[in-house]
Design a protein around this ligand. Structure first.
Ligand code: NAD
Length: 378
């Protein structure tokens, strides 16, 4: 795999070479800085030194994307599978002193060369790993869905607060330029009064033996995995918190989707302004990924809306032309800015944001089960 760091390592006098390439960290700049728990300094300012916990498929995607970061650097790994560690060490140039397993990872508290732990494991394991990382005094980044329930989310937020560390969630779309342009247009009133959002999120779930199809590890089916994008999207596209929820579940293939794994859920959200959202989450349709936002003065469509990219979209004014990005590279650089420099993102990516999603997810499951409309605070 090509990475800027690999490229630099192939050059003689890499520190000198690096200083001529904008946005590329100089190895000398990184190693010469004093170690502290507040990042080290690169050519673009403070650099967040990250250990990834959970070296699976998304962990690998994040690690690869981080090779192009200028404000974040993968420096450590935490894995339950010993054989993966040397492979990652070689691929990403990770020193042995920054490698941990699930039994000894609490000792990370004594490691001043790691600022943050990024938890990228099955959903049901997030809570314990996040709380352990927080107790070790590290900043915590956790994948979506942050927790299985709102109550669990609150526990995680409280644990991070008690430990004096931040808790961020891997909401990569919150930094995506076309998404942010739609939010800018809405905030500027260019779409008029927002009336309607439609979110379609789904794919055909394959391997029945994966953890996503085991309710004990996933905490649910399509809604926890992919429908959460429509839950979150409805909130950031409309720009309000829902005040009521209705939902209906359809299961056409109970042999494939065991109890506790939702196949298809349609849900509707009502917002205090009168705007409504109509969404579909599924594990049994091919590549459904569309957001549509309608206001009294215009509309915006993102299609695809939340896939790894390129994100595409248009509004009543024409095609959205903001640049395509590698979402995880931008996310990690922006999160570095949040954690080390106090930057405020346009759309929050903290534990409270995930708590609000979890409240809606809890309400969707409750509404689907009871057939009743669930009222929320709004
Ligand atoms: P994966 O199965 O590819 O990897 C999971 C990793 O966790 C593996 O390395 C596995 O060994 C490890 N693990 C730790 N405890 C485990 C346990 N008890 N059972 C099984 N595996 C265990 O899964 P993934 O696709 O990398 O997903 C991991 C997390 O990332 C999930 O929460 C998922 O929702 C999230 N995710 C987010 C995005 C995104 O775009 N933000 C995309 C994919 C996945």
């Amino acid at each position: 795999m090509y990475s800027r760091r690999n490229f630099l390592q192939k050059l003689t006098g890499s520190a000198v070479a690096a200083s001529f390439i904008p946005g590329v960290l100089s190895a000398a700049a990184l190693s010469a800085t004093a170690v502290s728990s507040a990042g080290c300094t690169g050519v673009d300012g403070p650099v967040l030194r990250v250990a990834i916990l959970g070296l699976g498929s998304y962990g690998t995607r994040v690690a690869d994307a981080m090779q192009a970061c200028t404000k974040a650097k993968l420096v450590g790994v935490i894995s339950g599978t010993p054989a993966k560690i040397p492979v990652w060490q070689a691929k990403y140039n990770i020193p042995a002193k920054n490698c941990y397993n699930y039994d000894n990872f609490d000792q990370i508290k004594n490691n001043p060369d790691i600022d943050a732990v990024y938890v990228i494991t099955p959903n049901a394991t997030h809570k314990d790993f996040v709380i352990r990382a927080a107790k070790a005094g590290k900043q915590v980044i956790c994948e979506k869905p942050m927790a299985l329930t709102a109550a669990e989310s609150r526990e995680m937020i409280d644990a991070c607060k008690a430990a004096g560390v931040h808790l961020l969630v891997g909401y990569r779309m919150h930094f995506e330029p076309k998404t942010l342009e739609v939010i800018r247009m809405r905030n500027a009133g260019e779409l008029g009064k927002i009336r309607f959002f439609q979110g379609l999120s789904g794919f055909n779930s394959g391997d029945p033996n994966q953890w996503r199809r085991n309710p004990k590890l996933s905490g649910g089916g399509s809604l926890m995995d992919i429908g959460i994008y429509s839950v979150n999207g409805a909130r950031y596209m409309i720009g309000e918190e829902p005040s009521w929820v209705t939902a209906q579940e359809t299961k056409t293939d109970p042999a494939r989707f065991v109890p506790g794994i939702d196949e298809t859920i349609q849900f509707q959200l009502g917002f205090p302004s009168g705007a409504v959202a109509s969404c579909l989450s599924t594990y049994n349709m091919d590549n459904l990924d569309r957001f549509f936002l309608d206001g009294t003065a215009g509309y915006a469509e993102l299609l695809p809306a939340t896939g790894y990219g390129p994100t595409k979209g248009r509004t009543n004014k024409g095609e959205l032309t903001q640049p395509d990005t590698v979402h995880q590279t931008v996310q990690m650089d922006e999160m570095s800015g949040i954690l080390l420099q106090g930057h405020k993102p346009v759309v929050p990516v903290d534990g409270e944001e995930a708590y609000r999603d979890a409240v809606v997810v809890d309400a969707i499951y409750q509404a689907a089960k009871t057939g009743q409309k669930v009222q929320l605070k709004g």
